[in-house]
Design a protein around this ligand. Sequence first.
Ligand SMILES: Cc1cc2nc3c(=O)[nH]c(=O)nc-3n(C[C@H](O)[C@H](O)[C@H](O)COP(=O)(O)O)c2cc1C
Length: 209
Amino acid sequence: MTYRTFDLDAMEKREGYPLFLTAIVPRPIGWITTVDEEGVANAAPFSWFNAICADPYLVGVSIGRRAGRRKDTAANIHATGEFVVNIVGADTVEAMVATSADFAPDVDEIERAGLTAIDSTLVRPPRIAESPVHLECRLERELELGEAAVDFVIGRCVRMHVHERVVADDGRVDAGALRPVARLGRDEYAVVDRVVRHARPPRPDASSS
Ligand SMILES: Cc1cc2nc3c(=O)[nH]c(=O)nc-3n(C[C@H](O)[C@H](O)[C@H](O)COP(=O)(O)O)c2cc1C
Protein backbone atom coordinates (compact mmCIF):
# COMPACT_ATOMS: atom_id res chain seq x y z
CA MET A 1 0.00 0.00 0.00
CA THR A 2 1.32 3.41 -0.85
CA TYR A 3 -1.12 5.48 1.15
CA ARG A 4 0.21 8.09 3.55
CA THR A 5 -1.64 7.74 6.84
CA PHE A 6 -2.08 10.68 9.22
CA ASP A 7 -2.96 10.87 12.89
CA LEU A 8 -4.80 14.16 12.56
CA ASP A 9 -5.15 14.68 16.31
CA ALA A 10 -1.37 14.39 16.78
CA MET A 11 -0.61 16.89 14.04
CA GLU A 12 -0.11 20.63 14.40
CA LYS A 13 -3.28 22.43 13.29
CA ARG A 14 -1.35 24.36 10.64
CA GLU A 15 -0.56 21.02 8.95
CA GLY A 16 -3.70 19.00 9.72
CA TYR A 17 -6.22 21.72 8.84
CA PRO A 18 -5.10 22.25 5.21
CA LEU A 19 -4.72 18.51 4.71
CA PHE A 20 -8.29 17.91 5.97
CA LEU A 21 -9.69 20.77 3.89
CA THR A 22 -7.94 19.93 0.62
CA ALA A 23 -9.38 16.40 0.82
CA ILE A 24 -13.05 17.21 1.43
CA VAL A 25 -13.73 18.77 -1.95
CA PRO A 26 -15.53 20.19 -3.78
CA ARG A 27 -17.60 21.94 -1.14
CA PRO A 28 -20.72 23.89 -2.08
CA ILE A 29 -20.69 27.52 -1.08
CA GLY A 30 -23.49 29.13 0.87
CA TRP A 31 -23.19 32.86 0.21
CA ILE A 32 -25.07 34.07 3.24
CA THR A 33 -26.82 37.38 3.68
CA THR A 34 -27.99 38.63 7.06
CA VAL A 35 -28.92 41.91 8.73
CA ASP A 36 -27.97 43.18 12.16
CA GLU A 37 -30.52 44.56 14.62
CA GLU A 38 -30.24 48.01 12.99
CA GLY A 39 -30.92 46.50 9.55
CA VAL A 40 -27.34 46.82 8.16
CA ALA A 41 -26.84 44.07 5.58
CA ASN A 42 -23.94 41.63 5.61
CA ALA A 43 -22.79 39.05 3.07
CA ALA A 44 -20.09 36.38 3.38
CA PRO A 45 -19.32 33.01 1.78
CA PHE A 46 -19.22 29.74 3.73
CA SER A 47 -18.11 26.41 2.30
CA TRP A 48 -18.66 24.32 5.42
CA PHE A 49 -22.18 24.28 4.17
CA ASN A 50 -24.68 21.77 2.89
CA ALA A 51 -28.28 20.56 2.76
CA ILE A 52 -28.83 18.32 5.81
CA CYS A 53 -32.52 17.36 5.91
CA ALA A 54 -35.52 17.33 3.56
CA ASP A 55 -38.41 17.11 6.03
CA PRO A 56 -38.31 19.91 6.93
CA TYR A 57 -35.84 21.42 4.46
CA LEU A 58 -32.75 22.23 6.51
CA VAL A 59 -29.32 23.57 5.68
CA GLY A 60 -26.29 23.55 7.98
CA VAL A 61 -23.38 25.97 8.04
CA SER A 62 -20.33 25.95 10.25
CA ILE A 63 -19.09 29.42 11.13
CA GLY A 64 -15.72 29.63 12.88
CA ARG A 65 -15.22 32.03 15.77
CA ARG A 66 -12.79 34.91 15.36
CA ALA A 67 -10.65 35.28 18.51
CA GLY A 68 -13.46 33.56 20.41
CA ARG A 69 -16.13 35.92 19.09
CA ARG A 70 -18.94 35.18 16.65
CA LYS A 71 -18.36 36.33 13.08
CA ASP A 72 -20.86 38.97 11.92
CA THR A 73 -22.92 36.36 10.05
CA ALA A 74 -23.27 34.15 13.14
CA ALA A 75 -23.93 37.16 15.42
CA ASN A 76 -26.65 38.46 13.07
CA ILE A 77 -28.34 35.05 12.78
CA HIS A 78 -28.18 34.66 16.56
CA ALA A 79 -29.74 38.12 17.05
CA THR A 80 -32.39 38.05 14.30
CA GLY A 81 -33.02 34.35 13.63
CA GLU A 82 -32.95 34.85 9.86
CA PHE A 83 -30.62 34.47 6.88
CA VAL A 84 -30.63 33.94 3.13
CA VAL A 85 -28.44 31.45 1.26
CA ASN A 86 -27.47 32.73 -2.19
CA ILE A 87 -26.07 30.12 -4.56
CA VAL A 88 -22.89 31.17 -6.37
CA GLY A 89 -22.81 30.93 -10.16
CA ALA A 90 -19.61 31.14 -12.22
CA ASP A 91 -20.07 34.82 -13.04
CA THR A 92 -20.04 35.96 -9.40
CA VAL A 93 -16.91 34.22 -8.05
CA GLU A 94 -14.90 37.41 -7.73
CA ALA A 95 -17.68 39.32 -5.98
CA MET A 96 -18.28 36.35 -3.67
CA VAL A 97 -14.59 36.25 -2.68
CA ALA A 98 -14.63 40.05 -2.18
CA THR A 99 -17.37 39.65 0.45
CA SER A 100 -15.13 37.34 2.50
CA ALA A 101 -12.97 40.30 3.61
CA ASP A 102 -13.12 41.08 7.31
CA PHE A 103 -15.22 44.26 7.11
CA ALA A 104 -16.40 46.16 10.20
CA PRO A 105 -19.93 45.10 11.25
CA ASP A 106 -21.43 48.43 10.08
CA VAL A 107 -20.21 48.03 6.47
CA ASP A 108 -22.83 46.91 3.95
CA GLU A 109 -20.81 44.26 2.12
CA ILE A 110 -23.37 43.80 -0.64
CA GLU A 111 -23.03 47.46 -1.64
CA ARG A 112 -19.25 47.39 -1.15
CA ALA A 113 -18.87 44.45 -3.53
CA GLY A 114 -20.94 46.26 -6.20
CA LEU A 115 -23.80 43.79 -5.85
CA THR A 116 -27.52 44.46 -5.95
CA ALA A 117 -29.69 43.75 -2.92
CA ILE A 118 -33.30 42.79 -3.53
CA ASP A 119 -35.94 42.26 -0.87
CA SER A 120 -36.74 38.80 0.40
CA THR A 121 -40.37 37.82 0.81
CA LEU A 122 -40.53 36.24 4.29
CA VAL A 123 -37.31 37.32 6.04
CA ARG A 124 -35.54 40.65 6.48
CA PRO A 125 -32.08 39.86 5.04
CA PRO A 126 -31.91 40.80 1.35
CA ARG A 127 -31.16 38.50 -1.55
CA ILE A 128 -28.26 39.06 -3.93
CA ALA A 129 -29.75 39.78 -7.37
CA GLU A 130 -26.62 38.51 -9.18
CA SER A 131 -27.19 35.07 -7.65
CA PRO A 132 -29.55 32.73 -9.56
CA VAL A 133 -30.94 30.82 -6.55
CA HIS A 134 -31.97 32.09 -3.12
CA LEU A 135 -33.10 30.18 -0.04
CA GLU A 136 -34.83 32.24 2.63
CA CYS A 137 -34.13 30.61 6.00
CA ARG A 138 -35.21 30.86 9.61
CA LEU A 139 -32.93 29.72 12.41
CA GLU A 140 -33.89 26.22 13.54
CA ARG A 141 -31.04 25.44 15.92
CA GLU A 142 -27.56 26.66 16.88
CA LEU A 143 -24.81 24.41 18.19
CA GLU A 144 -21.42 25.37 19.55
CA LEU A 145 -18.92 22.76 18.38
CA GLY A 146 -15.22 22.10 18.93
CA GLU A 147 -12.35 23.46 21.00
CA ALA A 148 -11.72 26.69 19.11
CA ALA A 149 -15.48 26.88 18.87
CA VAL A 150 -17.48 27.08 15.69
CA ASP A 151 -21.14 28.08 15.51
CA PHE A 152 -23.00 25.38 13.61
CA VAL A 153 -26.16 27.06 12.42
CA ILE A 154 -29.11 25.03 11.19
CA GLY A 155 -31.63 26.93 9.11
CA ARG A 156 -35.05 25.94 7.86
CA CYS A 157 -35.66 26.98 4.25
CA VAL A 158 -39.03 28.67 4.20
CA ARG A 159 -38.93 29.96 0.64
CA MET A 160 -36.88 29.36 -2.48
CA HIS A 161 -36.40 31.54 -5.57
CA VAL A 162 -34.92 30.26 -8.82
CA HIS A 163 -34.12 32.60 -11.71
CA GLU A 164 -35.90 31.65 -14.94
CA ARG A 165 -32.58 31.31 -16.77
CA VAL A 166 -31.56 28.32 -14.63
CA VAL A 167 -34.91 26.51 -14.62
CA ALA A 168 -34.75 23.29 -16.67
CA ASP A 169 -37.61 21.90 -18.77
CA ASP A 170 -38.56 19.56 -15.91
CA GLY A 171 -38.89 22.51 -13.53
CA ARG A 172 -35.77 21.63 -11.55
CA VAL A 173 -32.56 23.64 -11.40
CA ASP A 174 -30.39 23.09 -14.48
CA ALA A 175 -26.78 22.57 -13.34
CA GLY A 176 -25.52 23.34 -16.85
CA ALA A 177 -27.16 26.78 -16.76
CA LEU A 178 -26.33 27.43 -13.10
CA ARG A 179 -22.61 26.57 -13.49
CA PRO A 180 -22.25 26.40 -9.69
CA VAL A 181 -18.96 27.27 -8.01
CA ALA A 182 -17.49 25.04 -5.33
CA ARG A 183 -14.57 25.54 -3.01
CA LEU A 184 -11.46 23.38 -3.21
CA GLY A 185 -8.46 23.81 -0.92
CA ARG A 186 -6.07 26.79 -0.90
CA ASP A 187 -7.59 29.59 -2.97
CA GLU A 188 -8.87 27.18 -5.61
CA TYR A 189 -12.41 26.88 -6.89
CA ALA A 190 -14.18 24.52 -9.24
CA VAL A 191 -16.79 25.65 -11.73
CA VAL A 192 -19.14 22.85 -12.68
CA ASP A 193 -18.88 22.99 -16.47
CA ARG A 194 -19.23 19.34 -17.35
CA VAL A 195 -22.21 17.40 -16.14
CA VAL A 196 -22.25 13.60 -16.53
CA ARG A 197 -25.28 11.38 -15.97
CA HIS A 198 -25.41 7.91 -14.42
CA ALA A 199 -28.75 6.28 -13.76
CA ARG A 200 -29.00 4.55 -10.38
CA PRO A 201 -29.45 0.77 -10.29
CA PRO A 202 -33.14 -0.21 -10.21
CA ARG A 203 -34.57 -0.86 -6.74
CA PRO A 204 -35.02 -4.51 -5.88
CA ASP A 205 -38.65 -5.66 -6.23
CA ALA A 206 -40.25 -5.14 -2.80
CA SER A 207 -42.03 -8.52 -3.06
CA SER A 208 -38.76 -10.49 -3.47
CA SER A 209 -36.37 -11.13 -0.59
C1 LIG B 1 -15.13 30.55 -0.52
C2 LIG B 1 -15.01 30.83 0.95
C3 LIG B 1 -15.57 29.94 1.85
C4 LIG B 1 -15.50 30.20 3.24
N1 LIG B 1 -16.05 29.30 4.09
C5 LIG B 1 -16.07 29.58 5.42
C6 LIG B 1 -16.73 28.68 6.33
O1 LIG B 1 -17.32 27.67 5.94
N2 LIG B 1 -16.72 29.00 7.65
C7 LIG B 1 -16.13 30.14 8.11
O2 LIG B 1 -16.17 30.40 9.30
N3 LIG B 1 -15.51 31.01 7.27
C8 LIG B 1 -15.48 30.75 5.94
N4 LIG B 1 -14.90 31.65 5.07
C9 LIG B 1 -14.38 32.92 5.59
C10 LIG B 1 -15.50 33.93 5.80
O3 LIG B 1 -16.17 34.22 4.57
C11 LIG B 1 -14.90 35.24 6.37
O4 LIG B 1 -14.38 34.97 7.67
C12 LIG B 1 -15.84 36.41 6.40
O5 LIG B 1 -15.12 37.58 6.71
C13 LIG B 1 -16.94 36.25 7.44
O6 LIG B 1 -17.74 37.40 7.34
P1 LIG B 1 -18.64 37.98 8.50
O7 LIG B 1 -17.75 38.38 9.64
O8 LIG B 1 -19.30 39.15 7.81
O9 LIG B 1 -19.60 36.92 8.89
C14 LIG B 1 -14.87 31.38 3.70
C15 LIG B 1 -14.29 32.27 2.77
C16 LIG B 1 -14.35 31.99 1.41
C17 LIG B 1 -13.72 32.95 0.43
